[in-house]
Design a protein around this ligand. Structure first.
Ligand code: PGA
Length: 247
């Protein structure tokens, strides 16, 4: 089975105004020949404008979250269908900031993943342990439990990726050691194969949490690492391009 192309996805979180579209355009302009697939997930307010600004380039646009229902009385929420309608082709689901801040359970993340597929979006499903869970020796159990609970059977045969993002590494400048990343990624791979058979071997497993140009090469070349989900360092084109060039 040929290895899938690495995916480098930027998660802008609640950052970015119209002026920030220039950074996205600079990423597209500076991309050059890369083996990676590259995506930017801006806030929902920018998806349409960014997809127009990046039309004809290799940079994909994604959402950061999508509601499980296709429409209805859900004030302030955005449906997966609406993300797709605005030009998104991917969507992040189950980010720890949603799991912690909005009490999203594995079951809800699975429902949102199903919704992404229904809307024709490629899901990036996030998992990751807290510092307390890691210190208690529970990291592998927590992460593989999240993978089992958050990945619906409907993903069989579909394009998707899993992002391992230790909660304690997000936005902190801290990263696990390479052996720690590989240990978790191998456990995720084994779970993917248990769930999806041989097809589970081709699912990119991204690492996320304080990825920056200086550590990207080591992380991206670690065993079972199939790309990166990048927060802070995706906001500036020069930093994001530095990570992409490390693939
Ligand atoms: P960070 O965020 O790169 O700023 O640590 C990663 C993420 O939350 O996806």
């Amino acid at each position: 089975m040929t290895a899938p192309r690495p995916l480098i996805a930027g998660n802008w979180k609640m950052n970015g105004l119209a002026a920030s579209l220039a950074e996205a355009k600079a990423v597209a302009a500076g991309l050059g020949a890369t083996p990676a697939r590259v995506a930017i997930c801006p806030p929902a307010t920018l998806i349409h404008r960014m997809s127009e600004a990046l039309a004809g380039t290799a940079v994909l646009v994604g959402g950061q979250d999508g509601h499980a229902e296709p429409d209805g009385a859900f004030t302030g929420d955005v449906a997966a269908e609406q993300l797709a309608d605005a030009g998104a082709v991917l969507v992040i689901v189950g980010h720890s900031e949603r799991r912690a801040g909005y009490r999203e359970t594995d079951a809800l993340v699975a429902a949102k993943t199903r919704a992404a597929l229904r809307a024709g979006l490629e899901p990036i499903v996030c998992v990751g342990e807290t510092l307390a869970q890691r210190k208690a020796g529970e990291a592998l159990g927590v992460v593989t439990g999240q993978v089992r609970g958050s990945l619906p059977a409907e993903l069989a045969g579909q394009a998707f990726s899993v992002a391992y993002e230790p909660v304690w590494a997000i936005g902190t400048g801290l990263t696990p050691t390479t052996p720690e990343i590989e240990e978790v990624h191998r456990a995720i791979r084994a779970t993917l194969v248990a769930l999806f058979g041989d097809a589970g071997r081709a699912v990119p497993i991204l690492y996320g949490g304080s990825v920056k140009p200086a550590n990207a090469a080591e992380i991206l070349h670690a065993a079972e690492v199939g790309g990166a989900l990048v927060g802070g360092a995706s906001l500036k084109a020069a930093d994001f391009l530095g990570i992409i060039r490390a693939v």
